[in-house]
Design a protein. Structure first.
Length: 116
């Protein structure tokens, strides 16, 4: 009976100590993993910020290139339209002059009453 009592005390003590050690070990491991996760997260955040800044720089450069090309096209097509406008204006003046001449001619013909 004494042996069973000693065995029970030893078993309860061992289980209590093992439970306490297990809890402590679990707490240490959880804390260590959490700190490693936070360190890794901070490294990822830094890398993310660097990548974002690089992308923003590239986007600004790309916008500048696009704006430059848009300005070049604007200048080219404005010049083209200006060059086209001159002959159109001259042609329109000639048409107006021809119309006035035709009106004058028909007025003269009516006044003279030339038989047809």
């Amino acid at each position: 009976m004494e042996f069973i009592k000693s065995l029970g005390i030893f078993t309860v003590g061992s289980v209590t100590i093992m439970t306490a050690l297990g809890f402590i070990a679990r707490s240490i491991i959880v804390h260590w993993l959490a700190s490693k996760a936070n360190e890794y997260k901070s490294v990822l955040d830094k890398n993310l910020e660097l990548h974002k800044s690089e992308l923003q720089k590239e986007a600004e450069i790309f916008k500048a290139v696009l704006q430059k090309e848009a300005n070049e096209h604007q200048i080219k097509y404005n010049r083209l339209h200006d060059e086209r406008a001159v002959p159109i204006r001259d042609l329109y003046k000639k048409i107006i002059r021809m119309e006035d001449t035709m009106k004058n001619l028909f007025d003269i013909t009516r006044r003279l009453k030339i038989p047809q």
